[in-house]
Design a protein around this ligand. Structure first.
Ligand code: FAD
Length: 614
């Protein structure tokens, strides 16, 4: 088997680290028992490991093909998509009213991570469909919901997100696609979008494009963007498919990775459809509020791409662990009768533990965010809804930026563990590295996430979310020290090490938050030169906090591991990983904090260096 879904890990995170039992008490999930959660985890593990994962290598080699505006997908992905739709996986977290199963985002975080791990290129199609469903549920008219949601939830149709144009990437104020109002209330769209993921394919009956475009006379910049639904096939009043709309795939990109995902150049209004010239679209909500609506989809997609990073990291780690046990090379440093499996070498262990520690920490942060989202939507207490919304908003750029940056390190280490076999394509280690490379770029580059974390998520609320996190993390340090006082000798040293390193990392994080708040007025460039280090520092510290909490739980549960649904071995490994994270990964916080504090000095130098002249 190429990939095994980490079911035991999810059970531990759900029950011992974030509060799945609390989530199941929310009004929206009443009647959902933890047995059902476990059953979904098991079934999803089977589906992703046995059905999806075997297509990963195939779809890396057999690429989608564009011919006369139509894209044919490899046969293997047709079969997988059919089983995905039949299994009801698209509807897992969408409302029962529209044919979904209405399960928590927390559970969907696990099932989607498994899908991403099994085949990240394939998974992009359901991921974007999720985003379209979410956006339409919140902003679509009743008629739009009636027309589009059920077929999307059942995966008869799929969705896309159309933002990027050749002159408009990170900066959406430059979008020029035009939308011309028609007398019947619809619009005709004209323009070219690039890099549209699953913008054209033959896996589903219809494709629903959400498109950012500009009406005549709209204000310049992002305030003049409107959002439109443009279906590949128009939909008749009875729900059947009508005329072929005027949106066409001009070509597919040749990419470094995610070869199974067709990345399309789409032409709107090329005049080739059955509807005359101009792609027919309907406005979502009000004109000029398109970016606001699109942000719903972008936020969903940003979180999801972060989880993609975790999935790829998990898959790369599993592959490296297997290889390291099999490959025999060199004697042990302390001496051995002959060459040993490379997993015995201290440096290989360092690499494997780094991979595991970063993956588990990033996963725990994502699950923390998912719970905050579930609570922000459904908790009966309005104040709790608000604080959880702020926490979720703060965590989304961290989940996206940190998890995907980690996936680059993890998948690169995966290649290194394989030695020369990692660099050749046969083993598949290189594919994870190639596939991961896009994750820090699409759905907003790491810099764009970092700008969001600094600007909207830290400065705008005066650092209040960061301060609350600092308080909670400080309580964990105290709990670690208290627990160490009563723990057995072998765990005491680990707990004290985690307490010391976490405490130091919190101090560095706190000083970075203060730096960001203090220097915004007098030298904003000095703050933003450290925005990515600030994002990474936040990720490392939050990850360290979650791993520290995991260590505490391991000690508390050692007498009865079945309470968390895990084995004693699992707890032992988790504790070791938490200690490793504290000792080896958390000290990175200091270097990042130092870099952030150099902001003023650095900008002075950089601003005067002629090599930086624009
Ligand atoms: C495979 C693939 C799939 C994609 N799928 C989709 C899709 O489905 N729908 C869609 O609409 N788009 C999609 N995209 C587009 C993707 O979201 C953009 O490529 C991405 O947002 C970056 O835009 P850009 O490529 O124009 O880079 P640029 O915006 O030109 O950025 C270049 C560099 O400048 C930096 N930069 C830019 N602005 C700032 C700033 N303000 N502060 C700091 N640094 C900055 C960036 O971080 C980056 O390092 C896809 C792209 C690819 C490659």
């Amino acid at each position: 088997m190429t990939y095994r879904a980490p079911v035991e890990e999810f059970k531990f995170v759900f029950n011992a680290l974030v509060d799945m039992p609390g989530v199941l008490k929310l009004p929206a999930f009443l009647g959902i028992e933890s047995d059902l959660v476990d059953a979904v985890l098991e079934e999803n593990a089977k589906f992703t490991s046995e059905v999806v994962a075997p297509t990963n290598r195939i779809s890396d080699r057999q690429h989608p093909v564009c011919h006369a505006g139509q894209v044919s997908m490899p046969l293997a992905l047709h079969e997988t998509f059919k089983k995905f739709a039949e299994g009801g996986w698209q509807g897992l977290r969408h409302p029962a009213q529209w044919g979904g199963q209405g399960l928590p985002k927390l559970l969907a975080t696990a099932t989607t991570e498994n899908l991403y791990a099994a085949n990240v290129a394939f998974s992009l199609c359901p991921m974007l469909t999720d985003g379209v469903i979410e956006a339409l549920l919140l902003t679509g008219s009743d008629a739009q919901k009636q027309t589009y949601i059920e077929p999307l939830v059942s995966a008869r149709w799929t969705g896309t997100m159309n933002l990027t144009e050749s002159q408009s990437g990170s900066d959406l104020s430059l979008v020029t696609t035009r939308a011309v109002p028609q007398s019947d209330g619809t619009y005709r769209l004209f323009g070219q979008k690039i890099y549209i993921t699953f913008g054209e394919h033959d896996l589903a009956e219809n494709i629903i494009h959400l498109v950012l475009a500009r009406t005549a006379g709209a204000p310049p910049g992002v305030k003049g963007l409107s959002l439109f639904i443009v279906p590949k096939y128009l939909v008749n009043a009875d729900g059947s498919l009508g005329a072929r709309n005027d949106v066409w795939c001009a070509s597919l990109e040749h990419k470094l990775g995610i070869h199974g995902s067709p990345t399309a150049v789409l032409l709107f209004g090329d005049g080739k459809g059955e509807v005359g010239e101009g792609a027919i679209g309907t406005l979502v909500g009000q004109e000029n509020r398109g970016l606001e609506y699109m942000f719903i989809m972008m936020n969903a997609a940003r979180f999801a791409v972060g989880v993609q990073g975790i999935g790829v990291s998990e898959a790369a780690t599993q592959k490296a662990m297997t290889y390291a046990r099999d490959r025999v090379q060199s004697r042990a440093v302390e001496g051995s009768t002959g060459p040993v499996a490379i997993i015995r070498h201290p440096d290989v262990r360092r690499m494997l533990m780094t991979m595991r520690a970063l993956t588990e920490a990033a996963r725990a942060i994502a699950c923390l965010a998912a719970v905050a989202d579930d609570l922000s939507i459904d908790h009966p207490d309005a104040e709790l809804r608000r604080t959880n919304q702020s926490l979720y908003d703060y965590l989304v750029p961290v989940v996206k930026g940190f998890s995907t940056e980690c996936s680059l390190e993890v998948s690169s280490l995966g290649v290194q563990v394989h030695g020369g076999m990692g660099f050749v394509e046969e083993t598949g280690a290189a594919q994870f590295y190639r596939d991961a490379r896009i994750l820090t770029i699409y759905e907003g580059t790491t810099a764009i996430q970092a700008n969001d974390l600094v600007g909207r998520k830290t400065l705008r609320n005066g650092g209040s979310v960061a301060q609350q996190l600092i308080q909670s993390m400080t309580q964990t340090v105290k709990a670690l020290r208290d627990c160490a006082g009563q723990a057995e000798v072998e765990q005491r040293a680990g707990l004290l090490l985690i307490a010391e390193k976490l405490s130091q990392a919190i101090t560095h994080y706190s000083s970075a938050v203060s730096y960001v708040l203090d220097h915004t007025q007098d030298n904003i460039r000095a703050v933003y030169v450290g925005s990515v280090p600030y994002l990474m520092l936040t990720g490392y510290v939050l990850g360290g906090w979650m791993m520290a909490r995991a260590a505490l739980v391991c000690v508390q549960l050692q007498a009865d591991s079945s309470r968390a649904g895990v084995s004693p071995d699992f707890l032992k490994n988790k504790f070791a990983t938490a200690v490793f994270y504290a000792g080896v990964i958390l000290p990175r916080a200091q270097g990042l904090a130092d870099a952030i504090h150099q902001g003023v000095a650095l900008t002075q130098v950089i601003e005067h260096a002629t090599l930086m002249n624009a």
